[in-house]
Design a protein around this ligand. Structure first.
Ligand code: ADP
Length: 377
């Protein structure tokens, strides 16, 4: 049974804002995504009023869940701070799911650590980001294979696809199921290849996510971090949205990251973008675990001959210049494209091949840098 936007609006019209106005007339609703029983929308309010709105958010979610045919509902409460306004009251790390003040306007000043307003995810020792300055450089492919490399080192690993503008983890893993809720109404991540996996793509259509604005992106990502029963993990790998705009900066500020891996292709342009990525993480005091050069050189699938068609080595050079670790070069190879696009990531499907070895070596370097954090947990 399909659910229409009108049905959702009808049920929301019966809910009142804290000032007694029908929700549909309160000028706070985002566009509503309703497809195949999955409903997603956000309520956008001023940060100063966020607390008063949390019960409305919960009511709205319950009302939509009660519509016949609705299988998944995600109602995000986004609280946007107006420039110059007083900061919102501190949000407890738990207890008010859905309320995530968005600090989209100003990066932290001086020595104040952005981590100060973050809280760890219970059970998760280290959250790391895989980022790129632009799309299409193989960030998601690298994130998944890196996660599998960490798994092969004996770690408990999760993968969060926060690439809200184009979630590709469903395609890369072949997973298309809907996550179920546990008794605490937390989403249970899907499991494949020994990884706990969550993607916004499991909840909404790819095209829907593309049109979200920054605050909505933030809210969705924070919910996927905190309203998911991740269990005990050594490392949670977050596949970030590409680019270094406000959404990415805010995400880097709000997610308790222990480090970031930057993926770049060798071309100059993408290195410039990667440099922006590095600067962004520096700004929010997230250590850069290293740069990966993807599509570093072309490797003939038949004879294995390597050709430096893109001027390979740029990222290594850049990493040396910037004083950050260089994690490795991954060739442009048919097997990598074919396996990731078929939902059989290479580290899992060809574990003894040369490419899997490259990803595992990268994972080893990442693990070594996180050792203290993982051991402490
Ligand atoms: P991004 O996350 O940066 O947008 P993806 O990981 O989705 O990029 O990769 C984009 C495309 O490039 C996909 O079709 C993927 O299979 C392919 N790809 C990624 N890395 C490689 C590689 N090293 N060799 C060949 N194809 C690759």
């Amino acid at each position: 049974m399909s659910v229409t936007q009108q049905q959702v609006l009808d049920s929301l019209a019966r809910i009142k804002s804290p000032r007694g106005v029908a929700l549909t007339n309160a000028n706070v609703l985002s566009a509503i995504s309703a497809a195949e029983g999955k409903v997603f929308f956000s309520i956008n309010v001023d940060a100063a009023e966020a607390r008063a709105w949390e019960s409305v958010r919960a009511e709205a979610e319950a009302a939509v869940r009660a519509i016949p045919g609705v299988t998944t509902v995600m109602v995000a409460l986004t609280a946007e701070r107006k420039v110059g306004a007083a900061p919102p009251p501190p949000t407890p790390s738990r207890g008010t799911p859905g309320v995530q003040p968005v600090h989209a306007h100003k990066p932290p000043q001086g020595g104040a650590s952005p981590m100060a307003r973050q809280s760890e995810i219970p059970g998760v020792a280290a959250v790391i980001a895989v980022a790129s300055g632009k799309g299409g450089v193989g960030k998601s492919t690298t994130a998944l294979n890196l996660a599998l490399g960490l798994r092969d080192l004996g770690l408990k690993v999760g993968l969060l696809d926060a690439d809200i503008y184009g979630p590709s983890v469903p395609r890369l893993t072949g997973l298309h199921d809907k996550p179920e809720l546990n008794d605490q109404r937390k989403m249970i991540p899907l499991r494949r290849f020994g990884l706990a996996i969550m993607s916004i793509g499991f909840l909404v259509e790819e095209e829907t996510a593309m049109i979200w604005r920054g605050p909505m992106v933030m809210s969705a990502v924070t919910q996927m971090l905190r309203d998911v029963e991740w269990g005990q993990l050594d490392v949670l790998v977050v596949d970030m949205p590409p680019g270094t705009g406000d959404a990415q900066l805010t995400l880097a500020q709000n997610v308790p990251l222990k480090g970031a891996v930057i993926v770049s292709t060798p071309q100059d342009l993408s290195l410039i973008d990667a440099r922006r990525g590095l600067a962004m993480f520096k700004k929010v005091n997230v250590p850069v675990l290293g740069i990966v050069e993807n599509m570093s050189y072309f490797q003939c699938p038949h004879c294995g001959t390597k050709s430096d068609i893109f001027g390979h080595g740029g990222a290594r050079h850049e990493a040396e210049k910037l004083g950050v670790p260089f994690l490795g070069e991954i060739p442009l190879h048919m097997a990598i494209r074919a396996t990731s696009d078929a939902g059989n990531p290479l580290v899992d499907s060809e574990p003894d091949g040369p490419h899997a070895a490259i990803y595992r070596a990268m994972a080893g370097q990442v693990r070594d840098q996180l050792k203290g954090v993982i051991a402490a947990a």
